[in-house]
Design a protein around this ligand. Sequence first.
Ligand code: KG4
Ligand code: ZN
Length: 342
Amino acid sequence: KKDIIILGIESSCDDTSAAILKNEAILSNEIAGQKVHEAYGGVVPELASRAHQQNILPVVDAAIKNAKIHISDIDAVAFTRGPGLLGSLIVGTSFAKSFALGLDIPIVEVNHMHGHVLAHFIDDIENNELKEKPSFPFLCLTVSGGHTQVVLVRDHLDMEVVGTTKDDAAGEAFDKTAKLLGLPYPGGPLIDKYAKEGDANAFKFTKPEMANFDFSFSGLKTNVLQFLQRETKKDKDFIEKRLPDICASLQKTIVDILFDKLIKAAKHYSINEIAIAGGVSANSGIRKRLLEEGEQRNWKTYIPKFEYCTDNAAMIAITGRFHYLNGKFADQSVTPQARMKI
Ligand code: KG4
Ligand code: ZN
């Protein structure tokens, strides 16, 4: 049987990415981030789409070159149709459509959230061996700057969101509280860094009471704000003096909120194949907790390689492959969708 080569394109938020997938192996995965947003403390949609426009061609070009393939080897183009910022999605979608039209090859639309989950199915070599992939059904906790979902995955393209956030995403919980501490955007990785030197039990923050497997992080943000106002009134250098302890306690609270629901879902569905995905799964507290719970509860746990956790086109290409194998192609009339259900 012939090899299938797919070009993946991702442009849903502030990363422009292109990847070449040969069967289930990644030959290249190029990502251009956008520094322009740093000064604004968050992604500015209008600036994001302009930067995508500038980055898309060089990124796709680099992906093809670094994969050492010829452009005519590509069998299909998979692109993120949504969810995401509309102006950003338009760039990737339009590029994918014109590229495929020019080469007379099919296009495949991909749901970005499927991509995060299916990143687990990219061939990944660890200690000279192909890393094991999750077996169905499994639960995937997808945590990023835009999403917080517990997904019940029955098959590659048969999944259901069983829990989600009612307000902020886990990444926003990290970034917004980091901002209150005066840390630059995105603050998540910095909280992780300072937390390593702090005492996670130094301070107690509120955890929400949420039904089912749902999450909420807005209360935590308010709680941290009030806590900091109270403490800095007593000692104006409070943050500076206790930064590691604040970060460690905060991180513990966010990790607890996430795992309370993940554990609950695992019990409810009697599933012990447990995966995490998304940019926030880079957090060392989350990774450590997953391994600990795994040991204790006999879970088989899965964490994708870091570059497949944050937004990337490799995960879009692998998802595209499953659609391709099912003969599910998009039409040239396809348009992006800011909101899209899994
Ligand atoms: O998946 P991603 O790269 O982009 C989105 O789709 O949002 O996730 C970005 C989010 C940001 O909120 C960032 O602060 C968070 O992931 N993040 C982390 C860590 N690394 C990235 N949060 C906590 N600890 C980390 N180590
Ligand atoms: Zn994402």
